[in-house]
Design a protein around this ligand. Structure first.
Ligand SMILES: O=C(O)CCC(=O)C(=O)O
Length: 250
């Protein structure tokens, strides 16, 4: 597949890029139908850790589905398809290793915030080179919790994170400032639009205050040159925490 070099320039400069209409509305609709099938048929037979809920007593309040590629061939194939691996490879300038697809939902009215974070904090890669393709499955705007990216933050290193009390996002940037807020770009989307974001870019989303659902599929790919070195990552993590503690940031 041939991609526009402008796309890569924007991604490298900003840490994220929007590709409008990457899938058609019909294709996004097919994914939505398969999410519903997964919820109705696969989820009841899957481990409890497959879904997180806003309210444990309300099965309609699912906020996250994970391990979908392992549990269902439709999502396995979608995730591995050239359509997504080639775009990820182009933007990361490398071969890519598919990691995991997740469904991110903010149910109407009850969907809670996504705290500001860098995905790379969870990934622990050396170098920290990975991408998330975030595929909008609904009309998404400021009212139902659109994504907000801090432009260029992927070039300014790993920020201190501390535990957030948001289920599903255990860590959030602990020193999020007005300067970060000033650099935020609120990104609206329609079904089929795709955001590609780098593992080091800070992003967050508000709660869903609307009567509409806000759902997206997040597909994560690691660059082949990125290694998950558990020992090194753990050492690095300890050093970071010691430094942040000294600086009074956590
Ligand atoms: O959908 C959201 O609110 C958050 C998704 C996210 O943090 C991610 O895809 O990295």
């Amino acid at each position: 597949m041939k991609f526009n070099s402008r796309l890569k320039e924007d991604f490298d400069r900003d840490g994220f890029v929007l590709v409008e209409g990457y899938l058609s509305a019909g294709e996004a609709g097919e994914i939505n139908d398969n999410i519903q099938r997964f919820i109705d048929e696969v989820l009841p037979k899957s481990p409890d850790t497959t879904a997180f809920y806003e309210d444990m007593d309300d099965p309609a309040s699912i906020k996250r589905l994970q391990n979908m590629a392992d549990l269902d061939p439709y999502f396995g194939e979608l995730f591995q398809s050239d359509r997504f691996t080639e775009l990820s490879g182009f933007l990361l300038a490398d071969e890519v290793v598919p990691k995991s697809p997740q469904w991110f939902n903010k149910p109407a009215r009850v969907g809670t915030v996504t705290p500001p974070h860098q995905d790379g904090f969870y990934f622990m890669l050396e170098p920290n080179e990975a991408i998330t393709l975030w595929l909008a499955l609904d009309y998404i705007d400021e009212e139902n919790g659109c994504m907000r990216y801090v432009r260029g933050s992927h070039r300014r290193g790993m920020r201190p994170h501390r535990s957030s009390n948001v289920l599903g996002f255990s860590q959030g940037v602990s020193d999020y400032t007005d300067e970060d807020r000033d650099r935020e770009v609120a990104m609206c989307a329609k079904p089929g639009d795709l955001f590609a974001h780098h593992s080091m870019v800070i992003h967050r989303a508000d709660a869903n205050q609307s009567d509409r659902r806000r759902a997206a599929l997040g597909l994560v790919y690691f660059a082949a040159r990125a290694r998950k070195d558990e020992e090194k990552a753990e050492r690095y993590r300890k050093e970071l925490f010691a430094r942040w503690e000294k600086e009074g940031k956590i």
